[in-house]
Structure formats: C-alpha cells, structure tokens
Design a protein around this ligand. Structure first.
Ligand code: ISE
Length: 340
C-alpha cells in the first residue's frame, strides 16, 4: 500500500473507458493513488499521465501487473485481452477490476473462474457499473423492500446511437448485451436458464452479418422472465432503462432531466450521445467501492468473476440462438463455494 494506506492503482488500457476510470481515480478517489498507466498507444498514456499527477507509464501490461509499486489493477483494454490480463493478475495475487466482458468466449471465462477458485481468494471484480447507478439501485431497493410483491419480469431497453464497425451479432451480444444480462440477473436475483434471440440489420450500410436490432428473451430460475430490446443504431442517442414488473406494481429507472429544451415546435430534454456521462456517477461509485474493498480487505459489493462468467455463458448461448433460430439452454454448472 502507498502513503496513509492508499491503494496504489494501475490502469491498463486508457481509451475511452480507461481514461474515465483513471481520471475518476486521480480526481476523486481519496483512498487510491493512481501510480501506473499502460496502453498500446504509449503517447495516449503519456498524455493522460501528464494530466493525472504523472503516474509511471509502463511499456507492457505484464510489467505493470508485476510491478511491486502496484497494489491493484483496473483493466479497460480491448475485450479480447481481458481474460489473459485477469489471469495474469490472479497469478500475481493482485486484486483486479475488469471492465466487462470478462472474456470473449466461454472457455476463457471458465479458465478465469478455475484460476480464481484454485487461488481460493476473491481477487476479481467485474465492471458492471449499472449495479452502482443510483436509478438502478433505487429499483433494486424498491424490489427488496417487498412493497411490490415478488418481481416477475425484467424489461430492458439499451440503445446506442451508432453501431461500431465490428458490430456483428456475437460482438453485440457479448460486449453490449452483457450489461442487460447482468442487469436482469441482478435485479431479479435469478439466473438465466434459457435464452432466445431474434435480430435484424437495420440498414444496408452495415456489414452483411450485422444484427444491430436485437430482441433478447430469457427464462430465469423460478420461472421469472426477462426481455430486452438492444438497438445499436438508434441515431438519436444513448439510452438505457430497466423495469421490474412485480405482483403489485412496477419499478422503472427514471433519469432526471437536467434541461428542458424548447425549440422548433418541440419541448423536451437532450439525450446523451454515449454512456460516459449518463453512467459517470455509477462508474465513480463503483471505483470508490472497489478501492475501499481492496484497501480494507473486505468483499466488493459489485459483480464477481462468477457474474462475469454467467454473463459470458448467456451471451454465448444467445449467439447460438441468433444463428440457429431457436431457444438455447444455459448451463452454468455448480456455483463454486467461493461465490456463494
Ligand atoms: C460499451 O462498452 C458500454 O459499456 C456501453 O454501456 C454499451 O452501451 C456499449 O454498447 C458498449 O460498447
């Protein structure tokens, strides 16, 4: 640990998300010290370092992970690198907060789970930030209060303004829908047992195999249901919502409007272009909770490697469902003792 018991933090990958995490650590995390950055684009890491108190810029992710000056690692590198980097952190015995997804395929997600189970200690935390978003937390708390009776159905909407260049069905189901899968599991408190997906390509301008508008239906344990619309080309902006339909009412996330805009015969409020601003509060709360857990050696209140593994397994089943046009069962296997 650093001065006054602060957690010495290293960030791997400082593109959009890593940059936001690193800035949050530098600006707001009193219990953390941002000591290390690494990015394949070294110049980008150096520029950010100059703005964030001059943490050391490492040439490789491995050297950052193994540095004696780094206590804990935040991974925001490209998805395809997540599993190997998390495995390296487990090997080094370091706590790690990994941006979703945990891995790009079920095999690698299972390898992470095995490695952590073998280590016998919870080192891996997952960046499913909706679990710290005040609006999602309000829905969770309302459900937990019992006032609405048993939650029966989770309904999600997840829209991005513009599909990324690599937005084939499987990519969206792993990279984007992972959030909705986790939201349904977390808010209902149930696991997914079967998934069915239908999708279409919303415009000729997208790659042939793109399915950028998807409907995901999930059968959960205890016969609960979940359904999500995932639309990657909304054009108008970024939006996420989750509603729990319960026996005696429903609870829906409701973002407050910061501005009432009147123009061109319309009255309304602006929509954010992407997720960085709408979820800033959530990302910060997640980071602070994680740093606190690492510093005090207590359990992180967010998602675990098991949750990352579960999301990956559902995403993979969803990809098969989309390809094969049928419902696909999800077999998670037995939850290891470490995650109970
Ligand atoms: C991105 O990584 C996110 O986390 C966003 O919440 C999601 O909407 C987007 O599709 C992902 O690429």
């Amino acid at each position: 640990m650093g001065e006054k018991g602060r957690v010495r933090l290293g960030v791997i990958g400082v593109g959009k998300m890593g940059e936001q995490h690193a800035r949050n650590a530098w600006l707001y995390a009193a219990q953390a010290e941002l000591v290390a950055l690494q990015d394949l684009d070294r110049g980008r890491a150096e520029r950010l370092a100059a703005e964030c108190g001059s943490p050391k810029v490492f040439g490789t992710a491995e050297s950052l992970i193994h540095s004696d000056d780094v206590d804990a690692v935040l991974i925001a590198a490209p998805d395809a690198l997540h599993a190997e980097l998390v495995l390296a952190c487990i090997k080094a015995g370091k706590c790690v907060l990994c941006e979703k997804p945990l891995a790009s395929d079920p095999k690698d997600a299972a390898r992470v789970l095995e490695a952590e189970t073998r280590a016998g200690v919870r080192l891996v935390s997952m960046g499913f930030q909706r679990r710290f978003d005040p609006y999602h937390v309000a829905v969770k708390e309302m459900a937990a209060s019992g006032r609405l009776g048993t939650p029966l159905l989770w309904k999600g909407v997840h829209r991005n303004a513009k599909a990324p260049y690599n937005s084939s069905g499987p990519f969206i189901l792993v990279n984007t829908a992972g959030h909705d899968i986790d939201s349904a599991r977390w808010l209902l408190g149930e696991d997914v047992v079967e998934v069915s997906v239908r999708g279409l390509r919303s415009s000729d301008g997208l790659p042939e195999d793109s399915r950028d508008l998807l409907i995901l239906q999930m059968l959960m344990t205890h016969d609960r249901l979940a359904t999500a619309e995932i639309y990657m080309s909304s054009d108008y902006g970024y939006e996420v919502s989750a509603e729990l339909v319960c026996q005696r009412g429903t609870a829906l996330t409701a973002q407050p409007e910061r501005l009432c805009l009147r123009a061109g015969s319309l009255r309304g409020s602006p929509v954010a272009p992407d997720w960085t601003a709408p979820f800033q509060e959530a990302y910060l709360a997640e980071l602070l909770a994680w740093v606190k857990a690492v510093g005090s050696g207590t359990a992180f209140t967010g998602a675990s490697a098991w949750d990352g593994y579960a999301a990956m397994m559902v995403s993979a089943a969803a990809s098969n469902s989309l390809l094969e046009g049928r419902s696909v069962k999800v077999g998670l296997g037995e939850r290891p003792e470490l995650y109970r």
